[in-house]
Design a protein around this ligand. Structure first.
Ligand SMILES: [Mn+2]
Length: 422
């Protein structure tokens, strides 16, 4: 994984302008209540470039006329911190994990002075050519929120208004679209945890009474399997709840006649799986439930077949929408060609990686090494039926590979597994 980070930095340097600096922060856990914080989630671009999943670090990548030098700033271990929170990585450990030379790793309190001498070099302390361009991660978390790195660099931008600020994100998004063999292995591990979680759900399906219990069955199994947790809030949506796309309350009592839709995933070393399956709570799909389920399954399989290099997201979305329209007509939901948005109100999929909805250039044709989800659904509110089936697909040189093919989705197999475990 160290090799992966070294290679990622090398590829990023190729994209940066000469006489520039890229500045990335690892972030810190947001405050929750009183003296508690939320669990820390590593800032994804920082993690990608360093392999260091730790709070309060700064990465500074300097590109001169013909030099490239990476500097890292880390927190110093204090006796109190070691006793209360555990030890931070030492310089040597940070070097081991990131491949950044030890002599270029300093403590955080040195950062301001270091940056000042970079900008205003004077003989002895000259670090290199002063950068003219400063790349920051300017991807906003939402339309309303301000990118975190803007706040974190306020001071720098005030002191050095001559620095031209550029967004690093289009470059990192482009790099992160293509998964290395190491990354694909991690996604496969995340999928394997998820498979065990879903099998544990199936094994307990007939004896649970509430949605949250099945959510717990999933968490239990993936934790035992070695996953550090879920890649997003588990959706365990029975009956009509399945028609709410991001239903995560999981509080309702289970109606044995209903279907339950799970959209969930485990993490493996910060890489995500994202799988959806829809099971019959009675252990057997009713005639109508099976009709709808098989319609979605056909569309899903045919859409996966379409994934190959040079196909675009638009091609895939258009294809799936046409197929869903035909299926909705056959199910008696639609009469003409219009109106599928009533029964399927999301797009067919997204890139998958360090982020569940991973970064990437959604207008570019697929190429080998990309990983994406294919997840058609039909949501019939008036019938209390919501079905979504989602797999994780790797684009290969000539076609694609379904990385989650081992997670059962055939309706007969699902019924058999429930029957055998009840
Ligand atoms: Mn998804």
């Amino acid at each position: 994984m160290k090799e992966h980070a070294v290679a990622a930095r090398k590829r990023l340097y190729e994209k940066l302008e000469k006489k520039s600096a890229a500045l990335l922060f690892s972030g810190s856990a947001p405050h929750k209540t009183n003296d508690q914080n939320y669990l820390y989630t590593p800032q994804r671009n920082f993690l990608y470039l360093t392999n260091l999943p730790e709070e309060n670090m700064i990465l500074l990548m300097l590109k001169g006329e013909d030099t490239e030098k990476t500097h890292l700033f880390i927190e110093e271990n204090t006796e109190k911190r070691v006793k209360w929170e555990g030890a931070r990585l030492t310089k040597e450990e940070a070097h081991e994990r990131s491949g950044i030379p030890s002599e270029q790793i300093r403590y955080l309190d040195r950062f301001d002075r270091f940056f000042a001498s970079l900008m205003h070099p004077s003989g002895r302390s000259a670090i290199g050519t002063p950068p003219e361009t400063l790349y920051l991660d300017l991807s906003p978390r939402s339309a309303k929120s301000r990118p975190a790195s803007l706040s974190q660099t306020e001071d720098i931008r005030e002191k050095y208004p001559e620095l031209q600020i550029r967004d690093l994100n289009s470059h990192t998004a482009h790099l992160r679209m293509f998964k290395s063999a190491t990354e694909i292995e991690k996604i496969k591990c995340a999928i394997e945890h998820t498979r065990k979680g879903l099998l544990n759900i199936l094994a307990n399906l007939s004896r649970r009474t509430h949605e949250y219990q099945l959510q717990a069955d999933f968490l239990h199994a993936i934790t035992l399997s070695g996953s550090e947790g879920t890649s997003f809030d588990t959706i365990a949506a029975s009956g009509k709840n399945a028609t709410v796309l991001h239903y995560t309350e999981n509080k309702d009592r289970l109606d044995k006649e209903a279907l339950i839709l799970f959209d969930l995933g485990a993490l493996h070393e910060s890489y995500a799986a994202d799988i959806s399956r829809t099971y019959p709570l009675s252990g057997k799909y009713s005639k109508r439930q099976r009709e709808v389920y098989e319609a979605v399954l056909r569309v899903q399989k045919e859409t996966i077949e379409k994934v190959r290099p040079d196909v675009t997201w638009k091609d895939l979305n258009d294809f799936a929408k046409d197929r869903l329209t035909k299926e909705a007509q056959a199910l008696g939901l639609l009469e003409g060609e219009e109106g599928i948005e009533k029964y399927c109100y999301h797009t067919i999929g997204h890139f998958l990686g360090l982020d569940v909805h991973d970064v990437g250039l959604y207008n570019e044709p697929f190429q080998e090494g990309m990983v994406l989800t294919v997840e058609p659904g039909l949501y019939i509110e008036e019938e209390g039926i919501g079905v979504r089936i989602e797999d994780n697909i790797l684009v290969t040189d000539k076609g694609s590979l379904n990385l989650s093919a081992s997670i059962p989705k055939d309706p007969d197999e699902i019924e058999r597994i429930i029957r055998e475990s009840s």
